[in-house]
Design a protein around this ligand. Structure first.
Ligand code: ADP
Length: 147
C-alpha cells in the first residue's frame, strides 16, 4: 500500500489544491491531506480544526483521503503515518525553487520521496493568498473554491 502526504497551509483550500489531491490518488492508495499549523501561534487550533473539517467535507465520498492537522516537520508527520511520499504542486518557477529546497532538505533527513505534480493550466494562477486578497476586498471567490 502506498501512502502519500499532501501538506500545506490550505488557507483556504482551493480548486487547485483539490485537483492535485485527486490526481495524487491516481498514483497512491491513500492520501493524507496534512494541514500544517504553528503550535506557537495562539488561537490557531480552532481555525485549523475548522479548516480540517471543511476539507474533509469536500472529500467525504472519497474513502482513500483523510485530512488531519499537524505541527512540526512534514517528514515526521509522514513517518507517523507510514507514508513514504510527499506530494506538492508546482505552478511556476518560483514554486520550483522553493520546493526543490524543501524536497532536498527532506531527502537529507529522511528517506521520504517528494513527488511533484505541475498545476493544470486552468488552475495555475490560483493561490490561497490571491483568494484571501479578493475576499477581503468584497469579491465573490466561490469559483476558486471547491463546492
Ligand atoms: P504552503 O503554505 O505549504 O506553501 P499551500 O497551501 O499554499 O501551502 O499549498 C500547498 C501545495 O499546493 C503547495 O505545493 C503548492 O505549490 C500547491 N498549490 C497551491 N495552489 C496550487 C494550484 N493552484 N495548483 C497546483 N498546486 C497548487
Amino acid at each position: 500500500m502506498r501512502t502519500a502526504v499532501f501538506p500545506g497551509s490550505f488557507d483556504p483550500f482551493t480548486i487547485g489544491h483539490k485537483d492535485i489531491a485527486e490526481r495524487a490518488l491516481n498514483m497512491f492508495d491513500f492520501l493524507i491531506i496534512g494541514v500544517g499549523f504553528n503550535i506557537n501561534k495562539p488561537g490557531n487550533d480552532a481555525i485549523v480544526s475548522d479548516r480540517v473539517k471543511t476539507i474533509a467535507s469536500i472529500f467525504k465520498d472519497e474513502k482513500r483521503i483523510t485530512v488531519e492537522a499537524y505541527s512540526g516537520l512534514t517528514v515526521d508527520f509522514a513517518k507517523r503515518h507510514g507514508a513514504g511520499f510527499i506530494v506538492r504542486g508546482l505552478r511556476e518557477v518560483k514554486d520550483f525553487e522553493y520546493e526543490r529546497n524543501l524536497a532536498d532538505t527532506n531527502a537529507a533527513i529522511s528517506n521520504i520521496e517528494t513527488v511533484f505534480l505541475t498545476a493544470r493550466p486552468e488552475f495555475g494562477f490560483i493561490s490561497s493568498s490571491m483568494v484571501r486578497e479578493l475576499k477581503s476586498n468584497g469579491y465573490d471567490v466561490s469559483r476558486f473554491l471547491p463546492k
